[in-house]
Design a binder for this molecule. Structure first.
Ligand code: BES
Ligand code: ZN
Length: 849
C-alpha cells in the first residue's frame, strides 16, 4: 500500500534518473486475480545524471523473481518500490510480478470494468503494473505481448503478430510509462480510416462493449475532424498505422491519451441523438480532439516531471478550444469557457487550494489535475498568443516541435522557444506560471481636449504561501465607442506591465465609452465602477460579443445583488434592455441562450464575498427565483415568439446551428414553465425524440414540482442504459428545490442501481448535490454531513475520485460562522479517519489550511 504519511515532493529537487531505458519488453498473462507481468528492460547509464542507487517504482506488486543479466537478484523492497545493487555500465533487468486487476477498485494501474481489462497509468499508475522508473523523463520503446482468451487484445503502437491466445504490439515512438496502455475483452469495433496529409492510410477504430456499437459514429467523425484540423492548423500529422479508442464504463477521468490507444470514459465518447444531449455531443467532440492533440503536445513532446503538467495540459486545452471555435461559434465558445473558468478556476484560486499554474510542491500529483493547471494554463497560452500575434505564435510552435520532438520538456524550454523566435523577453510573463491567485484589475478614466486616458491598477490578493505579488503582464483588449454608439477605436491590445499604468487615445471628439477586456483577454477580475446606463449602452452597442454578454451579466449581478442585500425588486430596465437583444433575430440563438442564463448561485456567493458581504445561500436562491419569475411574467408575449423561432424542423443534427436553437428554446421553456406550471414542458417531454429535448423538459418538470410521472416514464424507458440513467440520477438532485435536495440524494443512494463504485454514478449524485447550492449549504449541515459520509466511504475504494470531490468544500470560508463550523467539522471528520488515503489526506489538510 501507498504510504499515507505525507511526503512532499519539490520541483527544486529534480534530478535526472541515473539510467536510460533502451527498450522494454512486457509479457502480460491476464487473469482477474493473478495476472503475471514479466518485464525485460535494458538499462544504460545516463551520462547526464549524478551517481545514485538503482531504484525502481513499484506499488501493490507481488515480486516473483528478478534477475540482472540472467543472474537472480534479491532486491530490497520498500513501500514505494525496490532498490538493488547493479553493475556499472549497461545491464538487462528482468522481473516477474503478480497483480490482481479484479480487486483494483482505485481504477489506476491494471483493473477490470464489466469483465474487460483496462489500464490507466497517468500519472503514476504504471508502477502498479510492474517495477519501473515511473517518471515522465524516462522514455523508451515498448514491445508488449498480451496472453489471454479475450477476443480483443490491444496495446500501444502497431500490431505486429498474433496467434491463438496471444497478441503482440510494438510502439516505435519512445514514450514515458504513463502513456502505456493495455485493453482486453469482448469488444466490438466501429472502424474508419484516415488519409494523412502525406498520403498515408491510418486505420481507425472505436472499441466498445456489445450493445454500444450504435453510439460510435459521431466520435469517429470527431476523430477524423481532429486529425484534419491538426494538419491544417498546426501542420501536425499522425505517426502510426493505427489509432484506437476504447470506451470503458469505470474511469476516474474523462479520457486518456495513451499513445495510439486512447481510453475514454464511455460518457465521453458514446453518443446518439436519443441518448445524448447537445452538450454531450459538443463535449465528446472536444475531448476526442483533446486526447488526439496530445499525440504531439504531450506524447511526442512530453513533460520532464509532473510539475510541468501545464506544458501538455494547458497547451492541449488551448488547442482543443481553438478547434471547437473553428468547428462551431468562436464567440459562444469564448463565453462558455469564461463561464467555466469563473465557476471552477476562480473559486480554486481564491481559496485554500490556490496554487500556481506550475506548482512547486505536491504530495499526490493526482490532486494537481486542476482547473488552474488546465484552464488557467490554457488562458496563459491564449495571452501569449495575444501578445505576440497569431503569426508569431504559429512560428514559435513550429520551432517548438522542431526543437523538442522526442524530448521531455519544461516551461523554461517552452518560453525559450517564444523568446528565440520573437526576440521578446518573457521574464516577467513567466510570473503567470509561478504566481498563484487571480489579479484584480481596477480602472479609472479621464477625458480632456480630445484625449482619453485609461488608468489601470493591478493587485493580486495573497494566496497560500504567497503573501506578496509582483505585477504581471496583462494583455488588455480595449475598444472605444462614441456616445452615439459607433465604434471610434477598434479593438486595441494594451500591454500592461506595471502595477499602475495609463494609456492614452488621442483625437477623439467626445468622451468615449470604453469596452474593456474584450474577449476576456486576460484571466483577471475586472473591477470597474460603471453606471447602469453605461452597461446598458454596451449591451446595446458593443461590437465585441463577449463584452455585450458581460454587460448583461454585470447588470444581472447588480440586480441580484440589490435584491439580496437591499431587498430591492427586479431591475425592469435591464429586463427590457435584454428583451431588445433577444428580439434581434440576426443574433445567433446560442448567443441569445447565453444572454438568458443568470449567473449561478455559486457565482453570486463569490461576488458577494468579494464585496465583503457574507453570502446567504437561501437568500441567493430566493432572489434568483424571484428574478426568473419576473422575467417570465414580463416576457409573457416574447416567450412564445422565441419558442417559435427556436423550433427545429430538420432531422436531428448535433451541430452548432441546431443545438443553438435548442439551447434557446429550452432556456425559454424553463421560463415558460413558471407561467404554465409545466404544461409546455410536459408536451415537449411527450413529443421529444432526442435527449436534449427530453432532458430539458424533465428538468423543467422537476423545478415545477410536476415530475413524478415523467421521472417514472424516463426510468422505464432508460433503465438499461447506464449513461442515460446517470443523467436521471444527476438531474433529480441538481434541479430539485433546495429543501428537498439532500433527502432526494439520500433516497437515490438506497437504490440497487446506485453503483457507488462507478465514478460516473457517484458523481451523478454527489457532484449534483454540490451543484445545488442552497441544498448543499442547508443550514442544518445535512448536506455537508451526507457528502462527508460518502467521501469517507468511497476513499477506501477509490482515493483519486474521492480526493477530487473534496474540492466541493473549497469555498467553506466564504460562508457564515455556523456554516463554516459545520463544514470544518465535516472536513475534520474526514481527516480523522484512520487509514485515509494520501490523496484525501493532502486535500483535507490543504482545505483546513
Ligand atoms: N491526461 C489527461 C487524463 C488524466 C488526467 C489521466 C489525470 C490521469 C490523471 C487527459 O488528457 C485529460 O486532460 N482529460 C480531461 C479532459 C480534457 C478534455 C480536458 C479529463 O479527463 O477530464
Ligand atoms: Zn489532457
Amino acid at each position: 500500500m501507498k504510504d499515507a504519511s505525507p511526503q512532499t515532493i519539490y520541483l527544486k529537487d529534480y534530478t535526472p534518473f541515473g539510467w536510460q531505458v533502451a527498450d522494454v519488453h512486457l509479457t502480460v498473462a491476464l487473469s482477474p486475480d493473478a495476472t503475471r507481468v514479466r518485464s525485460r528492460i535494458r538499462f544504460e547509464p545516463n551520462p547526464d545524471a549524478p551517481a545514485q542507487r538503482f531504484f525502481l517504482h513499484g506499488e501493490d506488486l507481488r515480486l516473483i523473481r528478478a534477475s540482472i543479466d540472467g543472474t537472480e537478484v534479491t532486491p530490497v523492497l520498500t513501500a514505494e518500490g525496490l532498490e538493488c545493487d547493479v553493475p556499472e555500465g549497461g545491464f538487462l533487468w528482468e522481473s516477474e510480478v503478480e497483480i490482481a486487476p479484479a480487486a483494483n477498485t482505485a481504477l489506476e494501474g491494471l483493473y477490470m470494468s464489466n469483465g474487460m481489462y483496462c489500464t490507466q497509468c497517468e500519472a503514476e499508475g504504471f508502477r502498479k503494473i510492474t517495477y519501473y522508473p515511473d517518471r515522465p523523463d524516462v522514455m523508451s520503446v515498448f514491445t508488449v505481448r498480451i496472453e489471454g482468451d479475450e477476443p480483443v487484445k490491444l496495446s500501444n503502437g502497431n500490431p505486429v503478430a498474433q496467434g491463438e491466445g496471444w497478441a503482440e504490439w510494438h510502439d516505435p515512438w519512445p514514450k514515458p510509462a504513463y502513456l502505456f496502455a493495455l485493453v482486453a475483452g469482448e469488444l466490438l469495433n466501429h472502424p474508419g480510416s484516415f488519409t494523412t496529409m502525406s498520403g498515408r492510410e491510418v486505420e481507425l477504430n472505436i472499441y466498445v462493449r456489445p450493445g454500444d456499437e450504435g453510439k460510435c459514429a459521431f466520435g469517429m467523425q470527431a476523430l477524423k475532424d481532429s486529425m484534419r484540423w491538426d494538419e491544417e492548423v498546426y501542420g501536425r500529422e499522425y505517426d502510426l498505422d493505427i489509432f484506437n479508442i476504447v470506451a470503458v464504463d469505470d474511469f476516474n477521468m474523462g479520457a486518456m491519451e495513451n499513445k495510439g490507444l486512447n481510453v475514454f470514459n464511455s460518457s465521453c465518447v458514446l453518443a446518439s441523438p436519443e441518448t445524448s444531449t447537445d452538450a454531450n455531443f459538443e463535449r465528446i467532440e472536444a475531448i476526442i480532439a483533446h486526447e488526439y492533440f496530445h499525440n504531439w503536445t504531450g506524447n511526442r513532446i512530453t513533460c520532464r516531471d509532473w510539475f510541468q503538467l501545464c506544458l501538455k495540459e494547458g497547451l492541449t486545452v488551448f488547442r482543443d478550444s481553438q478547434f471547437t471555435s473553428d468547428m462551431r461559434s468562436a464567440e459562444v465558445k469564448r463565453i462558455s469557457d469564461v463561464i467555466d473558468l469563473r465557476a471552477r478556476q476562480f473559486p480554486e484560486d481564491q481559496g485554500p487550494l490556490s496554487h500556481p499554474v506550475r506548482p512547486e510542491s505536491f504530495q499526490e500529483i493526482n490532486n494537481f489535475y486542476t482547473a488552474t493547471v488546465y484552464e488557467k494554463g490554457a488562458e496563459v497560452i491564449g495571452m501569449l498568443r495575444r501578445l505576440v500575434g497569431a503569426e508569431a505564435y504559429a512560428k514559435a510552435l513550429d520551432l517548438y516541435f522542431e526543437r523538442h520532438d522526442g524530448q521531455a520538456c519544461t516551461i523554461e524550454d517552452w518560453l525559450k522557444v517564444f523568446e528565440d523566435s520573437t526576440g521578446r523577453d518573457l521574464t516577467q510573463f513567466k510570473r503567470w506560471y509561478s504566481q498563484s491567485g487571480t489579479p484584480h484589475l481596477k480602472v479609472s478614466d479621464d477625458y480632456a481636449d480630445g484625449t482619453y486616458t485609461l488608468t489601470f491598477t493591478q493587485e493580486t490578493p495573497p494566496t497560500p504561501g504567497q503573501p506578496e505579488k509582483a505585477p504581471q503582464v496583462l494583455p488588455i483588449a480595449v475598444g472605444l465607442l462614441n456616445p452615439n454608439g459607433d465604434e471610434v477605436v477598434p479593438t486595441t491590445m494594451l500591454e500592461m506591465t506595471e502595477a499602475t499604468q495609463s494609456f492614452t487615445f488621442e483625437g477623439l471628439n467626445a468622451k468615449p465609452v470604453p469596452s474593456i477586456l474584450r474577449g476576456f483577454s486576460a484571466p483577471v477580475v475586472l473591477m470597474r465602477e460603471s453606471t447602469a446606463e453605461e452597461k446598458s449602452f454596451l449591451l446595446a452597442h458593443d461590437t465585441d460579443a463577449f463584452n455585450r454578454w458581460e454587460a448583461s451579466r454585470d447588470l444581472a449581478r447588480a440586480c441580484l445583488s440589490a435584491m439580496i442585500t437591499e431587498g430591492a425588486g427586479p431591475d425592469l430596465a435591464w429586463i427590457d434592455a435584454l428583451e431588445q437583444v433577444l428580439r434581434d433575430a440576426t443574433l445567433d440563438p446560442a448567443f441569445r441562450a447565453l444572454m438568458l442564463a443568470l449567473p449561478t448561485q455559486a457565482e453570486l456567493a463569490q461576488m458577494l464575498h468579494a464585496r465583503g458581504v457574507t453570502p446567504d445561500p437561501d437568500a441567493i436562491y430566493a432572489a434568483t427565483e424571484t428574478l426568473r419569475d419576473a422575467m417570465a411574467t414580463r416576457w409573457s408575449a416574447l416567450l412564445p415568439e422565441l419558442m417559435a423561432e427556436a423550433r427545429v424542423d430538420a432531422p436531428f443534427a448535433p451541430d452548432a446551428e441546431q443545438s443553438g436553437k435548442r439551447a434557446l428554446g429550452n432556456a425559454v421553456l424553463s421560463l415558460q414553465t413558471r407561467l404554465d406550471g409545466g404544461k409546455a414542458a410536459q408536451a415537449q417531454y411527450d413529443a421529444a425524440d432526442n435527449m436534449t429535448m427530453q432532458l430539458s423538459a424533465l428538468s423543467c418538470l422537476i423545478t415545477a414540482g410536476a415530475e413524478d410521472a415523467a421521472l417514472a416514464a424516463f426510468e422505464a424507458q432508460w433503465k438499461d442504459d447506464r449513461l442515460v440513467m446517470d443523467k436521471w440520477f444527476a438531474l433529480q438532485v441538481a434541479a430539485t428545490a433546495p429543501e428537498k435536495a439532500v433527502a432526494r440524494a439520500s433516497a437515490l443512494t438506497e437504490r440497487a442501481d446506485f453503483d457507488w463504485k462507478n465514478p460516473n454514478r457517484f458523481r451523478a449524485v454527489m457532484g449534483s448535490l454540490a451543484m445545488n447550492h442552497a441544498g448543499f449549504h442547508a443550514k442544518d449541515g445535512s448536506g455537508y454531513r451526507f457528502l462527508a459520509d460518502w467521501l469517507i466511504k468511497l476513499d477506501e475504494k477509490n482515493p483519486q475520485t474521492t480526493a477530487r470531490m473534496c474540492s466541493v468544500f473549497q469555498t467553506w470560508k466564504r460562508y457564515d460562522a455556523d456554516r463554516q463550523a459545520l463544514m470544518k467539522a465535516a472536513l475534520e471528520r474526514i481527516a480523522a479517519r484512520p487509514g485515509l488515503s494520501r490523496d484525501v489526506t493532502e486535500m483535507v489538510t490543504r482545505l483546513l489550511g
